[in-house]
Design a protein around this ligand. Structure first.
Ligand SMILES: [Zn+2]
Length: 490
């Protein structure tokens, strides 16, 4: 049963918030572009996947059955020139002296580990590009037959001009004008085999040095990146499905190419609602390995980094990310994380307080109003910051009941618990296990031990200082020495 609601989603295709009306009621199809598994997953990508995890969770919470497909790109992710030296898998395998498929395995495992740490639910299908080579060849052949693609020297390209001549409007998602695109790119050198610089590869001929290769009607080669998403989304969700998600940076050209491939082969739009999640910055700047403004997701949790004074519980990171709307840029910093930790702790304390509240005969609080506000926030294009603001109204309410300045009936208390658990655990995906909440005494004891260890270090009693650190570590309490003193995490 799907709950009565008025969900609106921002559709990138129309640029508007639209009422969400599933193609098949009770059975939603959602496709999200997954990772290219040639290196550790970026924190920014974790944010994107977390945004769609929250969306997936809310749809399920409303009672929808959702088929959630998120692919693994394990081949064919080339830069546009098609040079084998630029194949990320081949490049990384040389660097790490591993087989390309060992690179794939290593970083697929890493990806799953990181997402599990942040409590993301797995998709219901997680297909791989290499598992769908035959379907990709078949789609390229179909596009050639229909006059939307052409073969040159064993490679196949999508013919953007032919597509547009049929009035199919390449560039509709990112509002790009095809004529401008063509004239802007005409001057670029190295047009190579393509008829037109905006044409994109469906299949690339493999040079003898290329290890990851498959046989095709055009000789040995490998698929272009855009093709796999069209093949896997339509294979599992049908050629018209509800939601396609991904990072904003994928709008062009990746998603534009997906639309062209699908419309070229089926004659109609493949997706009803295109949803795009925004990026993550750190200390006001783009995260990038080359500038050094960069942190791996796990480093935020284990505290092994130079940007944050302490380690943070994965749920604190999650809470911080969800305090921004998924379509807004989110900036993280030491201060922002500390503030999130405070907020999260207040929320968790209130949820624990719920268990000790004593019901009265009547209520002075309005649970139905609160519940309505929580749903309204999420129904408005998954507005998690507003949802969280209302959850803090609930925190105030819970504390007032605890202080006896408000009363709650037994029936309302049960309802309040259900709502709070539903939105905090099921929708936001926060976890309260292993947080040091409600453990003021333990906190005091650990701080006392830290002070004793500090004194031991002043006294140069290294044996005692190491003993304190090691024994705490054996209990799962990690100390971290920083410029601001010693902090600890569970
Ligand atoms: Zn994709």
């Amino acid at each position: 049963m799907v709950k009565e609601h008025q969900l609106k989603v921002h559709n990138s295709l129309s640029g508007q918030k639209e009422t969400f009306e599933p193609i098949n009621l009770d059975n939603i199809g959602m496709y999200v572009c997954g990772p290219t598994v040639y290196s550790n997953v970026h924190l920014g990508n974790v944010r994107t996947f977390m945004s769609f995890d929250m969306i997936y969770r809310y749809l399920k919470f409303l009672g929808y059955k959702v088929r959630y497909v998120r692919n693994i790109t394990d081949a064919g992710h080339l830069t546009d020139d098609g040079n084998v030296e630029n194949d990320r898998f081949v490049k990384q395998s040389k660097l790490e002296k591993l087989e390309p498929m060992e690179i794939v395995q290593k970083y697929t495992v890493d990806f799953h580990k990181v997402l599990e740490k942040f409590n993301l639910l797995p998709p219901t299908i997680e297909p791989t590009a290499t598992g769908h080579i035959l379907e990709q060849i078949a789609l390229a052949e179909k596009l050639i037959d229909l006059g939307f693609a052409y073969e040159v020297n064993g490679s196949v390209y999508f013919d953007v001009e032919a597509y547009n001549k049929k009035g199919l409007d390449y560039g509709e998602l990112s509002n790009r004008n095809i004529d401008e695109l063509i004239s802007n790119s005409r001057d670029l050198d190295g047009q190579g085999e393509k008829k037109n610089p905006v044409d994109f590869a469906l299949w690339k001929n493999a040079s003898p040095a290329h290890i990851m290769r498959w046989n095709s009607p055009w000789g040995d080669g490998f698929p272009g990146w855009h093709l796999e998403c069209t093949v896997m989304s339509t294979k599992y969700l049908g050629d018209y499905f509800d939601i396609h998600g991904g990072g904003m940076d994928l709008k062009f050209p990746h998603h534009e190419c997906e639309i062209a491939q699908a419309k070229g082969s089926n004659g109609h739009e493949p997706v009803k609602y295109w949803l795009h999640a925004n990026m993550l910055t750190m200390n006001g700047q783009r995260m990038s390995k080359s500038t050094g403004n960069y942190i791996l997701p796990m480093q935020l949790v284990d505290g092994e980094n130079d940007f944050f004074e302490k380690a943070f519980h994965p749920s604190v990171v999650r809470f911080c990310f969800l305090q921004a709307h998924y379509r807004s840029v989110l900036d993280i910093s030491n201060d922002a994380m500390l503030a999130s930790e405070k907020g999260f702790t207040r929320l968790v304390e209130a949820i624990k307080t719920l268990e000790i509240l004593q019901p009265k005969n009547t209520s002075t609080v309005h649970i139905a109003d609160l519940e309505q506000k929580l749903y309204t926030a999420m129904d408005d294009d998954f507005n998690t910051p507003i949802l969280i603001a209302h959850l803090f109204d609930a925190v105030k309410m819970i504390n007032s009941i605890k202080d006896n300045s408000e009363d709650i009936s037994a029936e309302d208390l049960t309802r309040l618990k259900t709502i709070m658990h539903g939105f905090v655990f099921d929708v936001l995906g926060l976890q309260t296990e292993n947080t040091n909440v409600n453990s003021d005494k333990l906190d005091g004891v650990v701080k006392m031990l830290i002070e004793m260890r500090n004194q031991a270090r002043v006294d140069k009693n290294w044996a005692l200082s190491d003993q304190i650190r090691d024994q705490l570590s054996a209990l799962g309490i990690q100390l971290k020495d920083g410029s601001e003193g010693t902090s600890y995490t569970f």
